[in-house]
Design a protein around this ligand. Structure first.
Ligand SMILES: *Cc1c(COP(=O)(O)O)cnc(C)c1O
Length: 462
């Protein structure tokens, strides 16, 4: 794996899976043993060569982290120990508590907050919203369910909020109609006045506002909502203030750019990922909750078979199981602990800063090239743009750019992904990649121009 990481730049970012690998990976259940050497050869032949591509220096699709050798080693140690990280009295618990304290400090979140590591930011966000549901109901919502709420509950998000919010309102029993999508301004930030009006008109109709979900680093464009203004409004309206900072929250580690995410510390709950902008291997996210007692009250359940004993392995019961849904958990804290110790928080800050600088440089390149158009302002690390030959209608430009993205991916040169910005198809580059160098973006731009030019020439001549 060290060789594999050291030579990652020499391989395609992604390559299509050949039929013989698809066949090899749909084999029958092995009833009898095989030598580990031959299984390892199969791994080398059929698994290792066909990754998503996110460890490659020119992978910028969706929002995926790159993984690090140190965390890889930590994972081997963690799997070897096979710790049950539900929170008994063992070193895995101390390591996770240590990591949670460090993350709280790194993000400037109030000391004394509670938290838990999660599989990712979807789960972290769901936990935050569950605590909001607990905090904003004055009866036993865990017993009665949401039908005990005196009116239709409402959760506010923007039209740019990530899809996790839909799953969360479905899962928590609010239902999808409870999710009020507030519009955004020209910088794709939640329109705070529209939010204010929505809360007022919902209250007038007898609805019960529960929570506002703000985003620090939106998935489409990297936009950061006005956290300070939304926090003020939530305090005045007595509504829970949740921040989804999946990748954007980590921008606080960059002295140069931290002003862009000011206000994280005002959140009642804050969710973020470490497998995106901390470059750690999947999967690890985190939620922090200001009111530790409320966090515990949302999830704690202590049956006799998990109760705390005065001494021995379980003097506090399953500590982390009382902060979320999962009981058995992997020792993912070790990879965070080792990574922060080996590299130090400042190095992560430098790399995050480098990624934001790269995004701004790419935006400049796009703006100075007549056949490229920037489709959204760049605030952090996401650049949305398109190729525009200048003589095509909107549907043709959309399909041309969709084709560019697919050809780039299939060529293995680079992996951006696609999205739509105000209805227009965009080539989307989200930079959470510590292996990217500035030349990688030069290559991206020249390939987009080359592919775009070739397609528009053949289409123009046909
Ligand atoms: C990635 C992302 C999520 C979901 O996080 P997962 O770790 O993929 O579950 C939520 N919100 C935003 C803004 C994201 O970028």
């Amino acid at each position: 794996m060290f060789d594999h990481l050291a030579t990652v730049r020499e391989r395609p970012a992604w390559q299509p899976i050949p039929l013989k690998t698809r066949a090899a990976l749909s084999a029958e259940l092995p009833l009898d043993p095989s030598p580990i050497g031959s299984v390892y050869e199969e791994f080398n032949a059929h698994v290792l060569p066909y990754p998503t591509g996110n460890i490659h220096p020119r992978f910028w699709g969706w929002v995926m982290g790159t993984g690090t050798p140190v965390a890889m080693l930590a994972d081997m140690l963690a799997s070897g120990m096979n710790a049950w990280a539900g929170g008994f009295d063992d070193a895995s618990t101390l390591v996770e508590e240590q990591v949670l304290h460090w993350l709280t400090e790194m993000l400037g979140y109030p000391a004394g907050a509670s938290g838990v590591l999660t599989s990712g930011c979807t789960m972290a966000n769901v936990i935050g919203l569950a605590v909001a549901r607990q905090a904003l109901t004055d009866f036993d919502v865990r017993a009665e369910g949401v039908r005990g709420i005196a009116g239709m509950p409402v959760v506010y998000a923007s039209t740019e909020t990530h899809i996790w919010a839909v799953k969360a309102v479905e899962l928590l029993g609010f239902g999808r109609r409870s999710l009020r999508r507030v519009g955004v301004d020209i910088r794709h930030r939640m329109a705070v006045r529209a939010l204010h009006e929505a809360i007022a008109s919902d209250r007038a109709r007898g609805c019960v506002p529960i929570c506002v979900i703000a985003t620090a680093g939106s998935v489409n464009t990297g936009a950061v909502d006005d956290l300070g203004a939304i926090a003020d409004l939530c305090r005045r309206e007595r509504v829970w203030f949740h921040v989804d900072g999946a990748f954007g929250a980590l921008a606080v580690l960059s002295p140069k750019w931290r002003d862009r995410v000011v206000g994280l510390a005002l959140a009642d709950s804050l969710a973020f990922d470490l497998h995106k902008w901390m470059y750690l291997p999947f999967d690890v996210g985190c939620v922090l909750v200001r009111d530790a007692e409320m966090h515990r009250r949302t999830f704690e359940l202590v049956p006799s078979y998990l109760m705390a004993s005065p001494r021995g392995v379980a003097p506090r019961g399953p500590l982390f199981a009382s902060r979320g849904i999962e009981l058995a958990r992997s020792f993912r804290a070790l990879r965070v602990w080792m990574s922060l110790k080996v590299h130090g928080a400042r190095k992560f800050g430098r790399l995050i800063e480098q990624n934001i600088d790269q995004a701004h440089r790419l935006a400049h390149m796009v703006e100075s090239e007549p056949r490229l158009e920037l489709l959204a302002p760049v605030s952090l690390n996401v650049v949305c743009f398109r190729f525009n030959p200048g003589n095509a209608g909107p549907p043709e430009i959309d399909s041309l750019n969709e084709e560019i993205v697919m050809r780039l991916q299939e060529s293995g040169v680079a992996v951006p992904s696609g999205t739509r910005i105000a209805g227009r198809f965009a080539i989307r580059v989200a930079i959470t990649n510590h292996r990217s160098r500035s030349g990688d973006f030069d290559l991206l731009v020249s390939e987009v121009l080359k592919i775009g030019g070739a397609i528009s020439r053949t289409e123009g001549s046909s």
